[in-house]
Design a protein around this ligand. Structure first.
Ligand SMILES: Nc1nc2c(ncn2[C@@H]2O[C@H](COP(=O)(O)OP(=O)(O)OP(=O)(O)O)[C@@H](O)[C@H]2O)c(=O)[nH]1
Ligand SMILES: [Mg+2]
Length: 458
């Protein structure tokens, strides 16, 4: 027997409307205790006066909607009480529900119940989470496609083909006395190779999918006073960071989000790198180095108006293993012929960086569009059609690759004339991985882990 859960379905804080959601066998009974109306008509919004179930004092006026059993989001009786979005009122409704026997919902528990009651599969539930968390319209669009079942639909023909091969091998195991004839083995091997190729193709869309969903961490790094904070502000379009002509202005790191071509970018301004005896600044410098190491991309900034120094060369050397581009800043201070010479001349100290240099002026905005293009260029998936369906979840990507490896393993065994029993092991494993994507064969532990990434009230 399941219990009845309650949670705030809208964000915490003050708003026009705030909704408390109840799900479970007692949902309607509990909600009725708050209202002056006896019984709710399913799927009909009813305006009611809410009062405290124990002392009868007025709480608010609200619109209550009741969804009966299988017709609800969770597949159980659900009541949504939409009050005015006052944290005090919402608290009273939730506390009252708890006293009447409801329990506070765990993160993602509404979606988990929908899954348990067959209202959606796991990939679809994850898509709702992703839709709510989406940072851009493109990410939201992908989540909606997944919510509508596109993963299962796309995988379905591959899965059917795999099942077909399994059936052939299983029946050979049952009915064929000798080994399978050569022609049949060759045909099965070919079919498995095609399945593996299909899975590979599908998994490859993750590069674009991941980018659209998670975006990039980009850190601006360089010596003090080169203009890092100025660039940070220019890219964001707001005076977020303090800019002065004093070296060592930025100490704490600043993080802000913006987008380039609908790709979410998490931009980090850092403390200028230099040897320093100042305690606060040296902590900042330490952090800059750590940030640099786990950014997806480093923008190394140099000042075009000063001669490249040994320190610059050391800095460049220290990032050679990382993914980086060079922003040559303050070009407004130097004649453009000098810039050309610095970037293009064979004997220039920057010549070896040529392909990576983007001349800019954080002050005038010159070159910023080129810089934006250079930021996303190494990550642009090029050959992938980003209007098609994309794998956006690392869990799905991992399962697809595992399924592919199992299929390839079995294909090798077929070629080696292994027994059907051994070949079948890998194919059944692959089938199980498919099932884990949609949740058919996911263990209780896994489900708990996945749903803990949801927030309360979903
Ligand atoms: N002419 C010119 N001046 C710039 C440009 N970018 C930044 N500056 C100036 O350079 C000085 C330092 O700029 P910041 O953005 O504070 O430099 P920073 O790299 O963040 O410095 P720290 O935080 O100390 O590491 C300021 O006086 C800016 O106005 C530019 O493109 N052209
Ligand atoms: Mg700064």
């Amino acid at each position: 027997m399941t219990d009845t859960i309650v949670a705030l379905a809208t964000p915490l804080g003050r708003s026009g409307i705030g909704t408390v959601r109840l799900s479970g066998p007692d949902a309607a009974r509990i909600a009725e205790r708050f209202c002056d109306s006896p019984g709710f008509e399913p799927r009909r919004a009813t305006l009611v006066k809410l009062s405290d179930p124990e002392i009868g004092e007025a709480i608010d006026e609200a619109v209550v909607t009741f969804y009966r059993g299988l017709n609800s989001f969770t597949g159980e009786d659900v009541v949504e009480i939409s009050c005015h979005g006052s944290p005090v009122v919402l608290r009273q409704v939730i506390d009252g529900s708890l006293r009447l026997g409801a329990r506070m919902a765990d993160p993602g528990e509404f979606s988990l119940r929908a899954l348990a009651n067959g209202k959606m599969n796991l990939a679809e539930a994850e898509a709702i989470r992703d839709l709510i968390d989406a940072q851009t319209a493109t990410a939201a669009r992908q989540a909606v496609r997944q919510m509508r079942g596109e993963i299962s639909q796309t995988l379905s023909p591959v899965k059917d083909e795999l099942l077909d091969v399994i059936v052939v091998l299983e029946s050979a195991l049952e009915f064929v006395e000798d080994d399978l004839p050569d022609v049949q083995t060759a045909a099965l091997s070919e079919r498995l190779r095609r399945i593996a190729d299909e899975l590979d193709r599908f998994a490859a869309t993750f590069k674009a999918g991941h980018l659209i969903r998670e975006g990039l961490r980009v850190a601006i790094i360089g010596h003090p006073n080169v203009g890092k904070s100025s660039l940070f502000n220019a890219l964001l379009g707001s005076e977020r960071a303090i800019v002065t002509d004093i070296a060592g202005t930025t100490r704490d790191q600043l993080h802000e989000r913006f987008t380039i071509n609908d790709i979410p970018i998490s931009l980090i301004d850092t403390a200028g790198l230099r040897e320093t005896t100042d305690v606060v600044e040296s902590i900042g410098v330490e952090r800059s180095r750590a940030t640099m190491a786990d950014a997806d991309l480093v923008i190394l900034m140099l000042d075009a108006s000063v001669q490249t120094s040994d320190e610059d060369r050391q800095l460049i050397e220290s990032i050679t293993g990382l993914n980086y581009i060079v922003a040559l800043n303050k070009i407004d201070k130097v004649p453009s012929s000098d810039i050309d010479r610095m970037v293009a001349a064979e004997n220039s100290s920057l010549a070896f960086l040529r392909d990576k240099i983007v001349p800019i002026s954080a002050k005038t905005g010159e070159g910023l569009e080129d810089l934006k293009a250079a930021i996303i260029e190494p990550f642009s998936p090029g050959d992938v059609d980003s209007t098609g369906f994309l794998i956006t979840d690392a869990r799905h990507h991992d399962l697809l690759l595992r399924a592919r490896d199992e299929v390839l393993g079995s294909q090798r065994l077929i070629e080696e004339r292994a027994s059907e029993e051994i070949i079948l092991v890998g194919l059944h494993n692959a089938l199980r991985y498919f099932g884990e994507i949609t949740g058919e064969t996911t263990t209780e532990d896994m489900l708990t882990r996945i749903f803990s990434t949801f927030c309360i009230g979903k």
